[in-house]
Every structure is written in structure tokens, then in C-alpha cells.
Design a protein around this ligand. Structure first.
Ligand code: CMP
Length: 216
């Protein structure tokens, strides 16, 4: 174990890659053997960081070479924050709310606020007031008031960016594979989900739907 530790810390310093949500370290496949020969995936303790996870991967900078990706969960220094989300009328009517909530929990969010609502067109217009001069505004408010939806307040480290990443691009047609809008949305208007785009909009949007006493 001691040999692994010195190798890992030495290697990680040179190969830290910030493109991943958590920082990760890539090490050659051979390093797996002294650590855990049997498990394809493992959680280690008593290592430089108290929690370290590893998963098999290809080394991006050494094509064809197998390695392990080490996730140091404690290196994620993002502030715990809240974001606002809506499961829109299209996704709710299609019966996707349950699956979307499961994805939300699996992505590590804490649901601190949740309610089923049916907006009036005026309420939808107030919520989306920043878009009032856009050509799609009337369609947007008509759609958002066309049926019930679910309003959510989600909490996590870096919740705003994390939720937008999980949703995918506004237009489901261009959203990346595996994102929720890609899976549940059908058009840029009927895109299944909403998420705040910045801390100030999150504060406005949370306050538009929830009182402080409803956030638990
Ligand atoms: P949302 O993230 O909720 O924020 C504003 C919404 O406007 C957006 O999702 C889309 O569903 C909707 N919308 C409709 N048409 C357009 C468009 N042409 N460009 C951007 N957003 C659009």
C-alpha cells in the first residue's frame, strides 16, 4: 500500500485533469495489482485523501493503454448551493416525473423543496419575464400553463452547473446523449425541464415558487 501511495500522489500531481466534475488522476493499469487485484472498482481508505474511488478507463494520452481513473471526492471544493428546477408540463403529462426524480437523487441532489403546480399564463409570464421580448414568449407561457408541472429546489455542491449539465442543452435535438432533455424532451419548446442559469436567477426563481418555510 505504501508503494502505491507514493506512486499515486506523485503521478496525480502531474496528471490532474479538471474536465471531470471531480478531479481525477489517471495511473497505469499495473498500479492496480498491489492495491486491489480482484475488484474492477474499489473504494480505498487510509490514502492521502480519506475517500478515493477508482474505475477502469483508457488513458487518453496513451491510446490503447488501460488504466484507472481515481476520483478524489474531497477535492471537489464547490460550495453547496441551491438551484430551481421544473419538470415541465410535457414531461409530467407523459408520466416521466418519477424517472426524472430518480435521476435527480442518483445525481446526488438533495430535494429541499417540491410541489405540484399548475401555472396560469400570467404566472408563467412572471416567471419567464426575462424572455418577454423574445418571439417565443407567447408560446412559452401558453405551454407552461398548459398543465401541471413539478417545481423543485435542489441542493448540492455546485448545484446550478450540475443540474444544467444533467439536463443538457435547451434544445433536446442538440443535447448530449445521456442527458435528461435528450431523453425526455421533444423540441426546444417542449424540453421537459427547466433549471436556473446563475445564482441570482436561482434566488429569484426559488422565491417565486417557495416560501422559506417550505424548504426543508
Ligand atoms: P428554459 O430553460 O425553461 O428557459 C426558457 C425556455 O424558452 C427554454 O427552456 C425553452 O423551452 C423555451 N424556448 C422556446 N423556444 C425557444 C428558442 N427559440 N430559444 C430558446 N428557448 C426557447
Amino acid at each position: 500500500m505504501a508503494g502505491f501511495l507514493s506512486f499515486a500522489s506523485e503521478f496525480s500531481a502531474a496528471t490532474v485533469d479538471t474536465r471531470a466534475r471531480a478531479l481525477y488522476y489517471r495511473v497505469p493499469h499495473e498500479i492496480r495489482q498491489p492495491v486491489c487485484a480482484a475488484a474492477p472498482w474499489m473504494i480505498l481508505s487510509n490514502v492521502p485523501a480519506p475517500v478515493l474511488c477508482a474505475a477502469p478507463c483508457d488513458l487518453a494520452d496513451q491510446p490503447g493503454v488501460k488504466g484507472f481513473m481515481f476520483f478524489n471526492t474531497l477535492k471537489e471544493e464547490k460550495t453547496v448551493e441551491r438551484t430551481f428546477a421544473i419538470i415541465k408540463p410535457d414531461a409530467f403529462a407523459a408520466g416521466h416525473a418519477g424517472r426524472i426524480l430518480t435521476c435527480i437523487y442518483e445525481a446526488g441532489f438533495t430535494v429541499v423543496g417540491m410541489k405540484k403546480i399548475w401555472l396560469s399564463e400570467v404566472q408563467a409570464g412572471g416567471f419567464y419575464h426575462v424572455h418577454r421580448d423574445r418571439p417565443f414568449f407567447a408560446d412559452l407561457t401558453a405551454f407552461m400553463s398548459s398543465g401541471p408541472c413539478v417545481a423543485l429546489v435542489l441542493e448540492a455542491p455546485g448545484a446550478i452547473a450540475r443540474w444544467r449539465e444533467r439536463m443538457g442543452a435547451t434544445d433536446p435535438g442538440t443535447a448530449a446523449a445521456g442527458t435528461l432533455r435528450r431523453e425526455f424532451g421533444t423540441s426546444i419548446g417542449c424540453n421537459a425541464l427547466h433549471g436556473s442559469d446563475a445564482p441570482d436567477t436561482a434566488a429569484f426563481e426559488i422565491g417565486y415558487f417557495f416560501s422559506g418555510m417550505e424548504l426543508l
